[in-house]
Write a protein that binds this ligand. Structure first.
Ligand code: ZN
Ligand code: ZN
Length: 390
């Protein structure tokens, strides 16, 4: 099946529904990837009343031909390679003007105001219509090829993580561990990172996001790791594991950077139960906010409600954060084929300037199905996964 052609057909159909625009200018790289297969930069995808055109420059011409089997073929996609003296926006405006397009949909959330103003001057015969989530809304539900690509991204992430977990040393700092994880993930087959790996020792895990520091593993009883890879075709994974330090730093040990007072096992159990409660309600037709509520209720009932400070999850695919949004203020409804993260967390900060306690988050990637969901991740959710692997 030609999934790329199907996606372009859907876009055109949505666009022209109810007498809508007869053309579209797609500029955001993940959206260009979604419609053409091209994973590089500085390239636009232009839908005109009669044709589909990839607008690129000489640096990317060979990559476009490599990655987009339909470019240059009959009935497929035309290629417009701009000279280096012109910008891609100028070239796209020229393609649109020559095509006779009247109304051109543009990506409201992606073009800058300056680009939008420039476009209007470059193609005065066209009317540009800003459309929200022109391609993003279509990307929320994945087709079979995308689901396989995300499975691949998850597998690479898990293979790399197992190697990482088996090789960490007591003297490693957060920075050492983040670098090692990056290296293992690339060796496992990642093209790059979906985002810089986050590795937090001890109470630093109380920050849902942080930059790795020079704090060594020996100075905490627990470790929080959030990581994901980017694959050659552009699809991503995103996972988090919280681990007990394999180096005998008992949870009750009072060390320099960690306040004792909450039991790691107890908090972990609550977060895991919250994740399982969410997994139990995910299915086609369920409101995303109700999935968030299912997890939140478990954490609130255990008395940690104030420490769950973010939404439960997000869609994942060509971008690490994409539709749907899985949180309290989301109006999204889950549909079969969506891939989302489920990542409840409890973050207990310190009091005043003293040491804090830390955080526990468990994050897995999940495929929504008609009557439930399928975990795409298979890495153990055991607190002791580090060192021994799974
Ligand atoms: Zn994550
Ligand atoms: Zn995430």
């Amino acid at each position: 099946m030609n999934y790329l052609a199907l996606r372009r057909q859907t876009l055109t159909r949505n666009l022209r529904k109810d007498g809508g625009p007869d053309a579209a200018l797609v500029t955001a790289p993940p959206n260009v990837t979604y419609l053409t297969g091209f994973t590089g930069e500085a390239t636009h995808f232009v839908v005109t009343p009669k044709a589909a055109v990839v607008v690129t420059d000489p640096r990317y011409e060979a990559q476009v031909l490599d990655e987009c089997p339909e470019v240059g073929r009959d009935g497929g996609i035309d290629l417009h390679v701009r000279p280096h003296t012109r910008t891609t926006l100028e070239a796209s405006a020229e393609v649109l003007t020559k095509s006779g397009a009247k109304a051109v949909a543009v990506e409201a959330g992606r073009l800058t105001v300056a680009e939008f103003e420039l476009l209007k001057g470059l193609a005065p015969k066209c009317t540009f219509v800003p459309v929200n989530d022109l391609v993003e809304s279509q990307r929320a539900v994945k087709d079979q090829s995308e689901i396989q690509y995300i499975r691949d991204a998850v597998q690479v992430a898990e293979r790399g993580f197992r190697m990482f977990a088996a090789t960490i040393r007591e003297t490693d700092t957060e920075k050492d561990m983040a670098d090692a994880l990056d290296n293992w993930l690339r060796r496992a087959g990642a093209k790059g990172m979906a985002f810089p790996p986050m590795v937090a020792v001890g109470d630093r895990g109380a920050r849902p996001h942080l930059v790795p520091s020079d704090r060594p593993l020996s100075e905490g009883s627990k470790l929080l790791v959030d990581w994901g890879v980017d694959t050659a075709v552009g699809y991503k994974s995103d996972m988090t594991r919280t681990l007990r330090s394999p180096f005998g730093s008992a949870p009750t040990r009072r060390n320099k950077f960690e306040r004792v007072g909450y039991e790691l096992e107890r908090v972990y159990e609550v977060v895991l139960a919250a994740q399982n409660a969410a997994l139990a309600v995910i299915r086609d037709g369920v409101r995303a906010r109700d999935v968030d509520t299912a997890a939140r209720k478990v954490i609130e009932a255990a008395g940690y409600g104030e420490f769950f400070t973010h939404g439960l999850g997000h869609g994942i695919g060509l971008e690490v954060h994409e539709a749907p949004r899985v949180r309290q203020n989301s109006d999204d409804v889950l549909a079969a084929g969506m891939v989302i993260t489920v990542e409840p967390g409890v973050y207990i900060p310190g009091e005043g300037d003293g040491p804090g306690w830390g955080g526990v988050r468990i994050e897995d990637d999940v495929l929504v199905t008609r009557d439930g969901c399928t975990l795409l991740t298979s890495l153990s959710r055991d607190l002791s996964v580090a060192g021994g692997g799974s």
